[in-house]
Write a protein that binds this ligand. Structure first.
Ligand SMILES: [Mn+2]
Length: 443
């Protein structure tokens, strides 16, 4: 894979040398924004120019439009591997830096397809699109971008007891270059930014029972210890920190461990997981320009605006989790589902589904489909756990198969996938996914 990435690097260098504007297309989540950030930073540093579009998903119609454009180099991040056939109709040269399952279509010579799955590397665990993009820039010595590359890996939940595979290589290069540092600390969200009761309530990874997603629970926890909950973690004394650490570790030992930071970043973004969460909030709120501004280190009020956005987003998460706690899910034989037409709930549906499973607010042994009505269509986010995957569940496959049977589209990873189907087929769709899941569990 490194050789393929180097090929991509040579092609990019060639086009930059010729003064060509790079047509960059990427995905709207934390990984896609980080990937675009890695490529865009590189192009700028090398004195080149790019034209960037961030999109929620790649569509044939969009590729058709690109095929009429006169750029010499098209660069797809975090998407494209499943659309090689359509992309092959684009006139210029193409680089695809993706980590989703590729299609079988034979890749024509003008497309440089960099995807871990083509090289026996697991793209769902070992490297995300930002990492693949980083590997493509490696020939230009871009170790300063390793922190940004790892933010994407965090965003795609690839940190699981440490980084492995290419993610580990990126980490090591970042450590060596001083763009990434590791220290042992409490893994609390937005410690430098929020009062401590919010930091704790907004810590969704790892889960703190009774505190995560529960502002009042968090306040009560701190009061019991005699800690004032209104101040920031950074302003606690050493003794207070020790007491807090001890109590939190008792709730969940995973709360203390390796924390990754980028020493060159602004204070509220130094923690790489915090950076990935801010990007996630930008993506979920369709503020792609803002997210990119942060990746590019723009010195404007972008950061303040983004942090505000993140606050509102987190409030919505807490409200959404409260809704799940109150109402629970509808349970079928092998799966369970949530359904909503509420605008705020829709905006956080996929995320609160993941959290509700990991907090065991909902039964983690049943894959969860979260359905959001969009006029006469229904958008589905599917979530399950690593435990269920080891038992055979593959949501990417079941949502792909089931949605196609009812005139919809779908797909994704085994642990998290999505689909879009006509509203009138919703019940049929649910029973089919239920049935497919039962087969998956039997195999
Ligand atoms: Mn990704």
């Amino acid at each position: 894979m490194l050789n393929k990435a180097d090929e991509a690097c040579e092609i990019l260098k060639k086009h930059l040398k010729q003064g060509n504007i790079v047509r960059l297309i990427s995905h709207n989540d934390a990984d896609g924004l980080s990937a675009a950030g890695v490529v865009a930073n590189t192009i700028t540093q090398e004195g080149g120019q790019y034209h960037l579009t961030i999109i929620p998903r790649l569509k044939e119609s969009f590729i058709q439009k690109l095929a009429r454009d006169k750029y010499q180099l098209f660069f797809f991040c975090d998407m494209g591997s499943a659309y090689v056939e359509a992309i092959s109709r684009i006139k210029g040269e193409v680089i695809i830096a993706d980590h989703h399952q590729p299609s079988d279509f034979e890749v024509p010579e003008k497309i440089t397809h960099v995807n871990p799955h083509l090289f026996g590397v697991d793209g769902s665990k070992e490297v995300s699109a930002s990492g693949v993009a980083y590997l493509c820039m490696r020939g230009m010595e871009k170790q300063s971008l390793a922190g940004l590359a790892l933010a994407g890996a965090f965003g795609d939940m690839q940190y699981y007891d440490g980084f492995i595979g290419p993610n580990k290589l990126i980490l090591e290069e970042g450590l060596e270059a001083g763009s990434v540092e590791i220290h042992q600390d409490l893994k609390i969200a937005s410690k430098a930014e929020e009062p401590i009761y919010k930091s704790l309530a907004y810590t969704f990874q790892p889960i703190l029972p009774g505190i995560t997603g529960d502002v009042e629970g968090s306040m009560a926890f701190l009061e019991k210890m005699g800690l004032s909950y209104g101040i920031k973690f950074a302003d606690l004394g050493n003794e207070e920190r020790d007491i807090l650490k001890e109590e939190l570790v008792r709730l969940n030992p995973e709360i203390f461990g390796d924390v990754y930071s980028n020493p060159h970043e602004r204070p509220s973004l130094k923690n790489i997981e915090d950076l990935s969460r801010v990007l996630d909030a930008c993506g979920k709120n369709k503020k792609y320009g803002l997210g990119m501004g942060i990746c590019l280190g723009e010195k404007s009020d972008a950061l303040e605006v983004a942090l505000d956005l993140q606050r509102k987003y987190r409030e919505n998460l807490v409200k959404g989790l409260d809704w799940i706690k109150r109402e629970g899910s509808m349970v079928l034989e092998n799966i369970q589902y949530l359904y909503t037409e509420d605008k705020l709930r829709k905006s956080v549906l996929g995320t609160i589904s993941s959290i509700a499973l990991s907090m065991e607010t909902l039964d983690p042994e049943k894959p969860l489909l979260a359905l959001a009505r969009m006029d006469n269509m229904v958008k589905i986010s599917g979530r399950t756990t690593r435990e269920m995957i080891s038992r055979g569940v593959d949501l990417g496959k079941s949502l792909d198969d089931a949605s196609k049977s009812f005139g919809g589209t779908g797909g994704g990873h085994d642990i998290a996938a999505g689909a879009m189907i006509p509203y009138k087929e919703m019940d049929n769709f649910l029973s089919l996914v239920d049935e497919i899941t039962s087969y998956q569990l039997e195999e």
